[in-house]
Design a protein around this ligand. Structure first.
Ligand code: SF4
Length: 280
């Protein structure tokens, strides 16, 4: 992908685990405010192409900067601060997307907006999805769902599938794990289901944090009850983002946590399968 945005940094990342910081440090507060209000500009951590794990088919993924959650296991803490992202004008981003439209269709894929939390920049997200749909590109939003209220029903209809990250059922433990309450995410899931929007549920499995059998059973029952969950992806915890915490000087508390073993992964998948869901 060609250079997009400002400065000398390339927007395309070789991997989603590239550390990026301060790319918007020269953007004034008033420009940021206007960008958030209008969606004329977004703040992106990076683009990656050729993903096969962020929605159906082969995907072009734009990773937004900005997240108001603080998940203990976050592997991209450089996306927490919007100012770490690169300012990218909407028309420039859509131009880039246009270059890939034929390829994405041939590969039965599409465009995924991920993060960070994309709905921190809801107007930019909506305008990107509008542009993608106008080109006939399949759209996916990867979100923790907490800011789902920012999208109108009509705007939800621009999104072909929502990759919904549900982190934990127990409300107290959810706050401990993410820094935020789980209720708005569940409300957003219910709303998506009422609108008959497809959901792919994502569940990060962290030994000692999100592996409680009862908690997972509650999530599975909730997901099955929605009626529009097409699949569940159990994502095993890994330590690939640990170095970012260290580089950014943030206290990382999961140093001693090991990735889940095959038995725990299989047990978790089978809990979702037991309620009739497809789980991978
Ligand atoms: S919601 Fe995602 S980006 Fe935000 S802190 Fe959690 S894992 Fe990181």
């Amino acid at each position: 992908m060609t250079q997009t945005g400002v400065g000398t940094a390339q927007l395309e990342a070789k991997s989603p685990f590239e550390l990026r910081a301060n790319l918007s440090k020269d953007v004034s507060e008033s420009v940021v405010k206007r960008a958030l209000e209008t969606g004329e500009m977004g703040f992106l951590h990076s683009f990656t192409t050729g993903s096969t794990v962020d929605g159906p088919g082969v995907r072009l993924v734009a990773w937004t900067a900005g997240c108001h959650w603080r998940c203990l296991y976050c592997h991209n803490p450089d996306t927490w601060n919007m100012m770490n992202g690169m300012p990218v004008k909407l028309d420039r981003a859509i131009e880039e997307l246009a270059k890939y439209r034929h390829g994405l269709k041939v590969m039965q894929g599409g465009f995924t907006l991920s993060g960070g939390e994309p709905l921190m920049q809801d107007r930019f997200a909506v305008r990107l999805f509008t542009g993608a749909k106008a080109m006939g590109i399949h759209t996916a939003l990867d979100t923790n769902g907490h800011l789902g209220d920012r999208l109108s029903n009509e705007e939800l209809d621009l999104i072909d599938v929502v990759l919904l990250d549900l982190k934990m059922w127990n409300p107290t433990l959810h706050v401990r794990l993410t820094g935020k309450e789980v209720g708005p995410t569940l409300d957003f899931a219910r709303r998506l289901a009422q609108r008959q929007r497809k959901i792919w549920l994502r569940y990060v499995l962290v030994p000692g944090f999100s592996d409680d059998e009862n908690d997972i059973n509650q999530i599975a029952a909730f997901a099955a009850g929605l009626g529009t969950v097409e699949r569940v992806d159990v994502l095993p915890f890994h330590q690939m983002g640990r170095y970012k915490w260290k580089e950014l000087g943030i206290n990382y508390t999961l140093d001693d946590v090991q990735p889940p073993g095959p038995e725990l992964i299989e047990r978790t998948r089978s809990q979702f399968k037991a309620v009739g869901l497809q789980a991978f």
